[in-house]
Design a protein around this ligand. Sequence first.
Ligand code: PXP
Length: 236
Amino acid sequence: MKLAVNVDHIATIREARGSIEPEPVLAALLAEQAGAEGIVCHIRGDRRHIKERDLRLFRDEIKTKLNIEMAATEEMKNIALDIKPDIVSLVPEREEELTTEGGLDVISNENNLNPHIQDLKKAGIKVSIFVDPDLKQIEACHRIGVNLIEINTGKYAELKPGEAQQKALDEIRKAAESGHKLGLEVHAGHGLDYNNVRPVAAIPEIKEFSIGFSIVARSAFVGIEKAVKEMVALIE
Ligand code: PXP
């Protein structure tokens, strides 16, 4: 299983002071050296952390895979066609939210998403959709022709160990199995940390994890290389 590290919150620290440091691309390179097999970032409509200059630097410097999360808007599509990341992850976005709040509703947006995805794929970009562990939504992802899905682990991550968390884990497992059966590459992420990642990492259909906040938070104390290595060890 692979770890892709989301470095948004390195940029959040930079923006807290409107400064030039810490430098997200440096964090990305150190994460790669420590074993990350991909770098993820989210360019938001309000540019609250990652900005276009970060994307350009990532594209030039990253040696693994660049995965850019973005809303399915024309503005963002044009950025993707310009930067040409390896993967675009389509996510829903609400201006007031602190972080992505749920998976994309593919069923209700199938007609708009279809041409959007085709434009990205024509440019050689793999398209991922961030989706709740809901079998109907996953079937819709397959219908519109995405290459991969990222299952939202947010609900599982918010729950304390117990019956409800076990149920949320089962939903993720079933979703991963059904995505895999449909021929989709299955990734997972959101809210995963050093305490809750192991049961999800035991699901064999999930090939990659996208983890950000917990790694950046830990890196404040132990450094990003150690924080990444510890997470790699847990998911392996
Ligand atoms: N996956 C998606 C689609 C996300 O939006 C985020 C948060 O940016 C993550 C994964 C990573 O979540 P976290 O920062 O909680 O690890």
